[in-house]
Design a protein around this ligand. Structure first.
Ligand code: NAP
Length: 400
């Protein structure tokens, strides 16, 4: 029988047989989950020789939840994540007219999972569009709850939009074209600082060399510019012993972590031209969305990019495949399960089971190096041995 993880003063307390809730996901979800869970169990067994195991608990969301309960995101599912703290999910269909902008966004917002963690590195053998994918080794901390993703939008032509347009004209003298749609971009000191704090703690714990704040503060001074200021404030006020801002050290941090910042558009250029200069990255929601997918593409990893959504204060975290439900491939045992598998590896790292994570990553890398891959990689590689989702999972286990 499994036990619940709990949050102690020093972070997560993880029993040897933790209960971990999972959402299988819609579309290709069942295919990739079936392969992934075998990989997870094999890796834990390999790493701990039977002294640790996971008690998987299925919880419902998306189409499967709707069919069974009439609810796209049952309260019981949210409660399971709250109770058990750490879980994992496959991709979910976004219900049209179901009252949700996106189930993924809803899960992040309800559980206040304020960090979207996207580690980006290259695995040897993965086909990449750039010459030196091995120079990319970054960990993106994307703020998950604010910015233009907060969902505070009014459609063009509505009474509400007209009201707001009149209000800003009357109060601030702002001229907004009458037929505009409007959105609010909240960036708070609270939201910015807790994100940067989490990124710095991660950098310290993982022996990382630098943290870069990515922003567009030259244009959006009081939102993105303020994010930059608050970021440096956290460094000065709370991490002075282990980190230092560029301006406070003239670019020479000694043995501390160097904290620097870069304008978002320059960042998107430099991750192509000088990727080795970036390490841990902290940024707001929209920048983070663009940057993490651009980086994933660079290492050939769109199909295998892992992700996690974390609240480091409550401990609650939901790791997830970063791709969608690819409905045209559902049930075909065809697609790449790499994204949910590597998300699981990150989940194991998060709960302190890094040996299991290492086993998974090594097994995956060895499989790709042997050119045993699913169709998406096979079409980009010469002499690949194209296999199904399930066979790819077995191939990873054989190489652990
Ligand atoms: P998608 O499901 O990610 O699929 C787009 C394409 O990406 C697929 O046709 C396929 O490319 C490739 N792909 C995705 N997953 C793959 C995998 N595991 N292995 C290999 N190739 C993979 O995006 P979409 O078609 O825009 O969205 C479909 C549904 O997913 C929508 O309902 C959307 O709302 C939802 N969605 C959910 C999430 C989430 O739950 N996190 C994220 C994004 C979208 P090829 O056709 O070239 O083979």
């Amino acid at each position: 029988m499994g036990e619940k993880m709990t949050m102690g003063g020093d972070g997560l307390v993880v029993p040897d047989q933790p209960i971990i809730p999972f959402i299988e996901g819609d579309g290709i979800g069942p295919d990739i989950w079936a392969a992934a869970v075998r990989v997870f169990d094999a890796a834990v067994d390999k790493a701990y020789g039977g002294s640790r195991s996971v008690d998987w608990l299925e919880v419902l969301a998306g189409q499967k939840a709707f069919d069974a309960t009439g609810d796209w995101l049952p309260e019981a599912t949210i409660e399971a994540f709250r109770q058990h703290l750490v879980g994992i999910k496959g991709p979910l269909t976004t219900p049209i007219g179901g009252g949700f902008r996106s189930l993924n966004v809803a899960i992040r917002q309800i559980l206040d999972l304020y960090v979207c963690l996207r580690p980006v590195r290259w695995y040897e053998g993965v086909p990449s569009p750039v010459k030196h994918p091995e120079l990319v080794d970054m960990v993106i901390f994307r703020e998950n709850t604010e910015d233009v993703y907060a969902g505070l939008e009014l459609a063009s032509g509505t009474e509400e939009a007209a009201k707001l347009i009149d209000f800003v004209k009357a109060e601030f003298g702002w001229n907004v074209r009458a037929d505009s749609g409007l959105g609010l971009k909240p960036i708070s000191e609270t939201g910015s600082k807790r994100l940067v704090r989490a990124a710095l703690r991660y950098a310290v714990a993982n022996g990382r060399k630098s943290l870069t704040l990515v922003h567009k503060g030259n244009i959006m001074k009081f939102t993105e510019g303020a994010f930059r200021e608050w970021g440096y404030e956290v460094v000065r006020d709370e991490f002075d012993d282990v980190a230092v801002g560029w301006e406070d050290c003239g670019g020479d941090p000694g043995d501390r972590i160097l904290v620097k910042d870069v304008i978002a558009d320059a960042f998107l250029q430099q991750i192509l031209t000088r990727p080795a200069e970036y390490d841990v990255v902290a940024t707001m929601n929209l920048n983070g969305d663009y940057a993490s997918d651009a980086l994933a593409a660079q290492v050939g990893g769109i199909g295998i990019a892992p992700g996690g959504n974390i609240n480091y204060d409550t401990g609650v975290a939901v790791f997830e495949a970063t791709h969608g439900t690819a409905p045209k491939y559902a049930g075909m045992d065809k697609v790449n399960p790499g994204s949910v598998i590597l998300s699981g590896a990150n989940m194991f790292r998060y709960i302190g089971w890094s040996e299991a994570a290492d086993v998974i990553e090594a097994g995956l890398e060895a499989t790709i190096l042997d050119r045993v891959v699913t169709y998406d990689f096979a079409r980009l590689m010469e002499d690949a041995d194209e296999v199904s989702t399930s066979v790819f999972g077995s191939a990873i286990i054989e190489r652990m």
